[in-house]
Design a binder for this molecule. Sequence first.
Ligand SMILES: C[S@@+](CC[C@H](N)C(=O)[O-])C[C@H]1O[C@@H](n2cnc3c(N)ncnc32)[C@H](O)[C@@H]1O
Length: 286
Amino acid sequence: MASQTQHPHLPLPDYFPQLAKVYVRQTGHSTLNILTDVITEHVQTSAHPVGPDSVVHDTAAGPGIGAAALIASLPKDQLPKELLVSDNVATMVSTARESLSASPLPHVECKELDSQDLSSAAVPDNHFTHSINNFSIFTFPRPAAAVRETYRTLRPGGLAVVTCWRRFAPVFIVHAAQKKIRPDLPLMLTPNPQFCEEGVLQKVVEEGGFAKDNITVVDKVLVVNDDENIAGLTQLMSGPMMAKAREGYTEEEEARWAPSVSQAVKEEVEQFGGIRFEAYILLATK
Ligand SMILES: C[S@@+](CC[C@H](N)C(=O)[O-])C[C@H]1O[C@@H](n2cnc3c(N)ncnc32)[C@H](O)[C@@H]1O
């Protein structure tokens, strides 16, 4: 069953539970690599770097992407003393817990929580020094409510990182593949596509409580051009996760899906030198 706190327009109702185990491979490490760069280039060079006294929340964390990015970008003695990893999908939380069981993080808790309402876990006001919301905001039915929770639970002076896609490459590739087989059928929908437009993320973060003057947005481009990550992304687009794109297909058309995705990937790589992701990176202080 779909969680009522998940966006109704995701490709499949059980999209995220299915994805948990294979998430990092099938995203081509895109969300992890971008967040790792953001921590190195923007958080650690800011007035609020993460350090051993930090208390961090990664909300809608998937299988622990924020934790993995912190471990990848910080020396062991700079890791935060506490990290809360939360997601509202049980398999994401259990995958995070398993993968972090032997991590160098001093204290990490993995909990099933709705980003839009953290009160079920009694997360107190003014608690975290840093809050991460990486490539998840567009999946929420109430994005501003999630930002409000980030704002409420962040300490004054604390830093929030909120990211979203400007160009989510798999959608363009899937659309290209659809057009090759059944150009007459509607293209697959994506949740909250308005977030790809300039200014929308910032507006929602202001609506959630952050002052305009305390918000910075930068653009980031990631071109995925290594074979292993391209193969992972191709698998995501070819498989059951993108079943919505094939609605109304005959068996013969279904059989053409994987080759059509591979051809669309080839065209993307020819055009951009790899699979091109573009993102908005927002940093806000309370
Ligand atoms: C695109 S993934 C991003 C995951 C991770 N932050 C990353 O950087 O890759 C979106 C995540 O948001 C989670 N999610 C969706 N709605 C949620 C909600 N209302 N509360 C908490 N997590 C949610 C999904 O289960 C999924 O793990």
